[in-house]
Design a protein around this ligand. Structure first.
Ligand SMILES: [Zn+2]
Length: 272
C-alpha cells in the first residue's frame, strides 16, 4: 500500500513526465475513484503542469488556466507512463501528452481517488486542510511530534498513522520508525519522554528516507504485491529474528491492522 515515500516518488515521476509536455487529452471511466466529484471536469483538462505537490499521502496537481486535481492512491493506485496504444490493465483514467505518451492512473481495487478542482483551491479541499504536519515537508522534530501526538491516549502506532495528527505514515513506515526508535507500538502516545519523542522523529525520517532510496524503477511496486521483495527491517517479518538482537519479531493486531515489533528492543514499558 502506498505511503509517503511511494507517493513522493509518484509525485516526482508525474512532475518529470509532465515537465516538457502538455496534456492533449484526458479520459476517465465512470468508476468510484471520483467519489461524487465531477469526472467531466477531469476529462476537460488540457495544457501544462504548473505544480505537483504532496501533502502526506495526497498529491495535488495544478495546471495552467487554474485547472487541477487531487490524486490519492488509496491501496492499489499507481500512475504509470506508457507508449501510445499500449493497453494497460486496470487503467481508470488517462492523460495523453502532446508527444503521444499516455499517463495511466491504474487501480485494481478502486480505493484511490481523483478529485478535480481549480488549481488555486486544491490546498483548501477539506481532505487536505484536515491533514496534520507532513513528515518530510514540515520538519517534524521531537517537540513538533510531541505536539502532534502527545495528547493522544491511543497506542503510539495507532496515533502515528492518524493522518489528522501526522500526515504520511501508514502501517509499514509506522512500524519501521518505531523499530528504529526502539519504542513499543503498544505504549500510550501520551507517555513518552522528550528524549523518546526525539528518537522517534529520527526514526521516522530514517524510515522514510530509506524507503525513498529503495525505488529504482520507474514503475513502483508495493510490498504486498506477489514477488515483491520485502526490504523492511521489521514490517512483515513476524517470527523471523530481529535484525538487531535476533529475538523473534512479534505481530499483533492494532485497530484492525497488523503491527510488527521486537519485544526485546521495543519493550512495553520505559526502561529504567
Ligand atoms: Zn530486537
Amino acid at each position: 500500500m502506498p505511503e509517503l515515500p511511494e507517493v513522493e516518488i509518484a509525485r516526482r515521476n508525474l512532475a518529470r513526465w509532465l515537465a516538457h509536455q502538455a496534456v492533449a487529452r484526458a479520459e476517465a471511466e465512470p468508476t468510484r475513484i471520483f467519489r461524487g466529484a465531477d469526472r467531466r471536469r477531469f476529462v476537460r483538462l488540457r495544457g501544462r503542469l504548473l505544480f505537483a505537490r504532496r501533502r502526506g499521502k495526497t498529491m495535488l496537481l495544478g495546471f495552467e488556466h487554474n485547472q487541477g486535481f487531487l490524486s490519492h492512491l488509496g491501496m492499489t493506485g499507481k500512475w504509470v507512463r506508457r507508449p501510445a496504444g499500449h493497453p494497460e490493465p486496470y487503467s481508470r483514467a488517462r492523460l495523453t501528452l502532446t508527444d503521444g505518451t499516455v499517463l495511466h492512473y491504474c487501480d485494481t481495487r478502486l480505493f484511490g481517488r481523483i478529485q478535480p478542482a481549480p488549481a488555486d483551491a486544491l490546498e483548501q479541499l477539506p481532505s487536505v486542510k484536515g491533514l496534520g504536519p507532513d513528515v518530510l515537508l514540515d520538519d517534524v522534530d521531537g517537540p513538533r511530534l510531541q505536539a502532534a501526538l502527545g495528547g493522544s491516549r491511543v497506542p503510539l502506532k495507532v496515533a502515528l498513522i492518524d493522518q489528522r495528527r501526522l500526515a504520511g505514515l501508514g502501517n509499514i513506515h509506522a512500524a519501521e520508525a518505531l523499530w528504529r526508535a526502539k519504542l513499543s507500538p503498544l505504549r500510550p502516545a501520551a507517555g513518552l519522554t522528550a528524549a523518546e519523542w526525539r528518537r522517534l522523529a529520527v526514526g521516522i525520517r530514517a524510515a522514510v528516507r530509506f524507503a525513498l532510496g529503495q525505488e529504482e524503477d520507474e514503475d513502483i511496486r508495493y510490498v504486498e504485491e506477489p514477488g515483491t521483495p520485502n526490504p523492511f527491517r521489521v514490517y512483515g517479518r513476524a517470527g523471523k529474528p530481529c535484525l538487531r538482537c535476533r529475538t523473534a519479531v512479534r505481530s499483533v493486531r492494532q485497530a484492525g491492522r497488523s503491527t510488527y515489533f521486537c519485544p526485546r528492543c521495543q519493550p512495553g514499558r520505559r526502561k529504567r
